[in-house]
Design a binder for this molecule. Sequence first.
Ligand code: NCD
Length: 349
Amino acid sequence: MSDWTHRHVLDLAAFSLADYATVLELAQRFRAMPTSGARKLPALQGRLVTTLFFEPSTRTRSSFELAARRLSADVVSFTPGSSSLSKGESLLDTVRTYVAMGAELLVVRHRATAVPQQLAEALDAAGEQVAVLNGGDGLHSHPSQGLLDLFTLARHFAPETPTPAALQGKRIVIVGDVLHSRVARSNLWALTACGAEVVLCGPPTLLPEAFAGFVAAPPPGQAADPVAQRGAVRVERSLDAALQGADAVMTLRLQQERMHQNLLSSLDGYHQRYGLSHARLARCGKPVPVLHPGPVNRGVEMTGALLDDPALSLVEEQVRNGIPLRMALLYLLVAGSAQSSLKPSSSSP
Ligand code: NCD
């Protein structure tokens, strides 16, 4: 873990193959450890983690908070509705209040793109020793979800050794509302870095053709791509064609709260063309797993029967894997490379 250099985790475009390997290896170790109740790990004892979610969340926030507690950190959660933001305090001043209380890591979700990055830059400029972890910003990036999806797929393909190499040469289909999905963007960086081929599928209104070139160049402000060779990305309009030869299928929620125009004629029509079902999935030619970052609109992105089918649905597994994966991120950003504190506390049986 000595080559981990990130002070913040804002966008997976900045991750090298070694970074993915580090995170996955640590997540796998945390997943194998009993870390609940009296068996919490003492790694972040006395350290303060703050979650600041300016957008709704069920999974991500709870998962980060559980992850922090399993590492024995103190956790404070900011809730915009009941805060001084409503009294006119600026976002940065609000954040600095938590830093003054001793927060060493802030998990930030915001509906506007780049807010976590701007906060990180402002805090760095002020000389504050605090890490910022992007919990999802606008349409831009959701690194912890991209990483937990990668971890889930790597564990599916190579249960004993879930490393980036497990994804090499795999064909992963991402179907649905790619345009409004920060999860799809983070997955594109992660999956192509590990050598997977990504097939994007959806209607032109929700999947502009330009997505085929999404990982062709690093994002503005980043000088170079840390990954030498990425897997290919292609856009396919027909779901049946996209599913041929697929090794896994990820479907995305229709983000109607982010659609400002009528981009869909009907939900029924969408389900007919892009919804997943057992019958549809049979077109892959072999049993392949289905992923969804949640929350799921049953009967729209996929049938309830498929979502609830433990033989094919990895959706609950994604939720389970989110905790050890986020423990890995918190550990890397707060405890750094000190590995000794990974031992369970002496009170553990
Ligand atoms: C996603 C998000 O918020 O970006 N959900 C999540 O974090 N699990 C996807 C979504 O809201 O559809």
